[in-house]
Ligand binder design. Structure first.
Ligand code: CS2
Length: 487
């Protein structure tokens, strides 16, 4: 028996499920990037709104690159199970907020049609850092990225989020419809402003009049999103199927904690997501900086060091003194220059993070977090580093964390058959292979301006800290670094 609308009433009594009439739901939201994170985060918040009786916010969920989620959830009428797991408690909930699923290139015309439809009020995004096609260091649109170039050459059949948003807005304007709000839910500083910059730069290349209209009319609120959501494993599937007494092709396992802080700037209304626990605030920049630097900065550090020390999950990595000591030092460096949101004690925030990272019920793979380092390091680690350098403060922990990334890429470069999951992998791997001398390797990697800009390589104090961190890690008995270093 498969999870689907017809079988909802056969679920065990302890499994939460939609109590509203799904047949009456209209689609106010199109979500691009309908992966695990969206399903553990925004979709559950929207579920709470639907459950309150406001049925205008059903979500059309689209995967741009893959049909996998569509193929798994369509036979289930969009239903899926969310397992919230803390160290000592668990709750299963079948979520109904996603009413229709689309995926892959063939569905893109349908995605566009939904975005252009009058009932759509919000287009939300979880497309990861690289989905915005911006150079992370300079913020410039990557005009030569093949996908962007293809969309610019053929703007009526777009394949990127930028092309889709601009074409859908063009269609709406031509039809006399007001624009939707673009709601970025990715881990980027000022994610709304970032989305706006990318969309405007793209639109400008196609039609400057349309770009002007977008500039004046379209809202791009910023958000801070947070919920640790590992990729689903076969063991998770088997567990959920046993609990449900029916098959769910793609359940999601997440932590109990959830946080969503949103700038309240929507042109066509928005769900009352406070019903799901969201907060509307105009201090997003501070929330986002705290989360990116404390949580994600520590996550990336854990991920690289975990990979170097054979710790496959975050909870395992949190058992190693090498890692926990470095994290404590890192958080001290971050907090010293952090501007926290009003009323928030960042030291408490960090204490809570430690508990979340130690949650033994989540199998969050360090390899999953380690991907796309080039896209993550700037906002997670380098932003704090630059603030400290500007104030003349030393940053040995941040430097050691970056050295961890360097050892990680070096290991990939020297391990036959290994791949580096990163949009800049070719460049990174060729630089990492350049020499067995640590100083040369660090210099080469720091010269990748798309990650490090031009300032850091020239900072002697930072270079010395980076080299020291790199040597310390190479000498650490817990670390399996690349074999052929000339130390
Ligand atoms: C993680 C994030 O994969 C990663 O890079 O750091 O996905 C992290 O789990 C979320 O931002 C938590 O909200």
């Amino acid at each position: 028996m498969q999870l689907c609308k017809a079988h909802l009433n056969q679920l065990p009594a302890n499994v939460l499920r939609p109590t509203y009439d799904r047949s009456q739901v209209t689609n106010g939201i199109v979500h691009l990037g309908v992966g695990a994170f969206h399903r553990a985060h925004q979709a559950v918040m929207t579920e709470a709104v639907l459950a309150s009786g406001d049925l205008r916010w059903g979500t059309v969920g689209a995967g741009l690159m893959t049909t996998a989620t569509r193929d798994a959830l369509t036979p289930q009428d969009g239903l899926y199970t969310l397992v919230e797991r803390s160290a000592d408690a668990e709750q299963l909930q079948v979520v109904g907020a996603i009413t229709e699923l689309l995926g892959g290139a063939d569905d893109l015309p349908k995605v566009l049609a939904h975005m252009a439809a009058a009932e759509t009020r919000i287009v939300s995004l979880t497309v990861t850092e690289k989905g915005y096609y911006l150079d992370v260091a300079s913020g410039q649109l990557l005009l030569n990225a093949p996908m962007v170039a293809a969309d610019l050459a053929n703007p009526r059949q777009p394949k990127t989020i930028l092309g889709l948003i601009v074409e859908a807005l063009r269609l709406r304007r031509a039809a006399g419809l007001a624009p939707f709000t673009v709601l970025s839910c990715d881990n980027l500083p000022n994610n709304g402003k970032t989305a706006r910059a990318a969309v405007l730069a793209f639109a400008e290349k196609i039609d400057s009049e349309l770009a002007n209209w977008i500039n004046g009319q379209v809202r791009f609120p910023c958000t801070m999103v947070d919920r640790i959501t590992p990729a689903t494993t076969d063991a998770d599937r088997a567990y959920v199927n046993a609990q449900l007494g029916m098959q769910d092709a793609w359940p999601i396992v997440t932590e109990g904690f959830v946080q969503w802080v949103i700038e309240d700037d929507f042109s066509l209304g928005r769900p009352d997501w406070t019903l799901g626990g969201a907060v509307f605030s105009n201090e997003i920049e501070d929330w986002e900086a705290m989360k990116l630097r404390c949580l994600n900065g520590a996550h990336s550090t854990l991920a690289y060091l975990g990979q170097l020390t054979g710790r496959d999950t975050v909870a395992d990595a949190m058992q190693l003194p090498l890692i926990t000591t470095l994290l404590d030092d890192l958080w001290a460096e971050v907090l010293q220059v952090l501007h926290a949101p009003a009323g928030v004690d960042p030291a408490d925030y960090v204490e809570q993070l430690k508990k979340r990272f130690c949650n033994p019920a989540l199998k969050h793979r360090t390899l999953q977090i380690a991907m796309d380092g080039s896209q993550k390091l700037p906002q997670r680690l380098l932003a704090t580093l630059r603030e400290r350098l500007a104030r003349g403060l030393p940053s040995p922990a941040l430097a050691k964390a970056l050295a961890g990334w360097m050892h990680f890429v070096l290991k990939a470069a020297h391990t036959p058959g290994a791949v580096l999951n990163d949009p800049l992998s070719a460049e990174i791997l060729s630089k990492a292979k350049i020499s067995p001398q640590p100083n040369d390797i660090l210099g080469e990697l720091l010269s990748i301006q798309k990650i490090f800009g031009t300032d850091l390589a020239q900072h002697d104090g930072f270079r010395a800290e980076l080299l020291a961190g790199f040597q310390e890690l190479a000498a650490d008995p817990d670390v399996a670094s690349a074999p052929q270093l000339a130390l």
